[in-house]
Design a protein around this ligand. Structure first.
Ligand code: NAP
Length: 296
């Protein structure tokens, strides 16, 4: 995907930009011309780069508020500005609620909700205090913050309940920030479905498992990290100048309701009322909220 270098001269921070979704976001920002700084606890296995342009890596544990504030102060000193923050770092182990004590669940909330709040507060300060030439005061100060949310934040999230709650909170936080920090800083959320990363096999198994899981998505596959990056670049760009407080679903069409595959109503008499067969060739059971849709 070739973007025009619309972020030339801009500076972006991507948390957790060393692998997976974050590395895809970093590559998209580099391709768009931005200078990119990534933070995570450990360096990437190989530098994240595009055509010889590399992201700078700074080790930071996002659960350490002082370290996060020091990191953004360093970005301000080294780059003199910050235009975009993508709060990407996050995740959770699979852990049913009763399988762990409250402290374990609280750590998931900390990484997925508190850490993006702390990072956003620090980023806001840098974004809004940029000095113009010769110390003439703030000039063109402002920026864009993008939260990386999940569909787990808007439907039950069994086995990852604290994660789902945190992602729901994150999206809500973005909406409040968008109001409080307008017009200087726009704040939005990308709500992700499943993305194919180096760690997909841990969740879905081998290639066959990943492909089978992909077929449950209307678009027939998992997203690639750089497709998330494209959406993140868009939200950070001037093309999205009037978009704030928004949530953009990047989930390939979402999740097909499970009840549709379980229902055994005979549909032969009305099967085509919603437009024919679904992508698997089955008679269409879409819509009507589970009504049998036979005789009215
Ligand atoms: N993959 C998916 O299917 C999917 C679906 C929906 C939403 N998402 C969201 O997308 C984001 C990225 O997911 P992913 O699958 O790419 O995850 P991932 O492969 O586990 O990468 C997570 C990144 O965050 C960093 N990180 C984790 N804990 C950290 C901490 N305490 N301090 C600093 N950095 C930390 C990791 O580096 P270190 O471990 O070295 O610190 C790594 O760079 C997450 O917010 C996730 O919730 C992913």
């Amino acid at each position: 995907m070739d973007n025009p270098p619309e972020l030339d001269g801009r500076v972006a921070v991507v948390t957790g930009g060393t692998r997976g979704v974050g590395a895809g976001i970093v590559r998209a920002f580099l391709r768009a011309g931005a200078e990119v700084v990534v933070c995570a606890r450990r360096p990437p296995n190989a530098p994240v780069e595009v055509a010889g342009r590399k992201a700078e890596f700074v080790p930071v544990n996002l659960r350490d508020g002082d370290a996060v504030r020091a990191f953004f102060a360093r970005v301000a000193t080294d780059y003199g500005r910050l235009d975009a923050l993508v709060n990407n770092a996050g995740g959770t182990p699979y852990r049913p609620l009763s399988a762990a004590d409250a402290n374990r669940h609280a750590r998931v909330l900390e990484l997925n909700l508190t850490a993006p709040l702390i990072a956003s507060l620090a980023a806001y300060e840098v974004m809004t205090t940029r000095q113009g030439p010769e110390g003439a005061g703030p000039e063109g100060a402002g920026g864009s913050i993008t939260m990386i949310g999940s569909v787990s934040g808007s439907r039950p999230s069994p086995g990852t309940a604290a994660y789902g709650a945190a992602k729901a909170g994150l999206e809500h936080l973005a909406r409040s920030m968008a109001v409080e920090w307008a017009p200087a800083v726009r704040v939005n959320t990308l709500v992700l479905g499943m993305v194919r990363t180096e760690l997909s096999h841990l969740h879905y198994g081998d290639e066959e498992g990943v492909a089978a899981v992909g077929r449950t998505v209307p678009l027939g596959r998992l997203a690639e990290p750089e497709e998330i990056g494209e959406a993140a670049v868009f939200l950070a760009s001037d093309r999205a100048a009037y978009i704030s407080g928004a949530s953009l679903l990047v989930h390939g069409g979402g999740e097909r309701p499970a009840f549709l595959d379980a229902a055994n109503a005979d549909r032969t008499d009305g099967a085509d009322r919603n437009g024919g067969a679904d992508r698997n060739g089955r008679a269409d059971r879409n819509g009507r909220n589970g009504e049998t849709d036979r005789e009215k």
